[in-house]
Design a protein around this ligand. Structure first.
Ligand SMILES: [Zn+2]
Length: 166
């Protein structure tokens, strides 16, 4: 999947999880979710995150490979703990529970979406087994014409049902 689908899924996840844990912080939860959902592709230098910090991205690509630890449950848990812990350490205004829940679920949304690609994801890293339901190609017409519009409608519905009508 390309960044648009991950961004839409991450912000939807942030709104949903944020509405359950801390309804007064739905907008920050949506933004945190959107950002977190882009992070796993730090292992690909051509990704949005990889283009922002190319040296880090190339280093990860050469040492850990694409869709390795950063596309796994272990990586999602570690990234969640590091970011949430850092935010709480620096007195971020959001609770640890909100940060952990939004970041982990957004990272998980990324892994789930990428698992519909033939390459799949290394869910149980360090096991090298990639799991996939190979029905989509990254950037293909199904992603652009079906998945992205569905994600956008889902986001609009969540904004309507969890933000506007509450
Ligand atoms: Zn990815």
């Amino acid at each position: 999947m390309l960044w648009k689908a991950h961004l839409l899924a991450g912000s939807s996840t942030g709104i949903y999880v944020g509405s359950l844990i801390s309804p007064e912080n739905i907008l920050p939860a949506a933004l945190i979710g959107a950002g977190a959902a882009l992070l796993p592709d730090i292992d690909h230098p051509n990704s949005k995150v990889g283009q922002i910090i190319p040296l880090v991205s190339w280093t990860i690509r050469l040492t850990a490979g694409h869709r390795g630890i950063f596309h796994s449950l272990l990586g999602a848990a570690a990234v969640t703990a590091i970011i949430s812990g850092t935010c709480v350490f620096f007195n971020c205004p959001y609770s640890y529970k909100l940060l952990m829940s939004v970041i982990f679920s957004a990272l998980l949304s990324h892994i789930v979406l990428d698992s519909f690609n033939p390459m799949g994801c290394c869910w149980f890293y360090p096991l090298k087994m990639h799991l996939s339901i190979p029905i989509l190609h990254s950037g293909g017409f199904i992603e652009k014409l079906i998945i992205n519009p569905i994600m956008f409608v889902l986001l609009l519905w969540l904004v309507y049902s969890r933000v506007i009508t509450v």
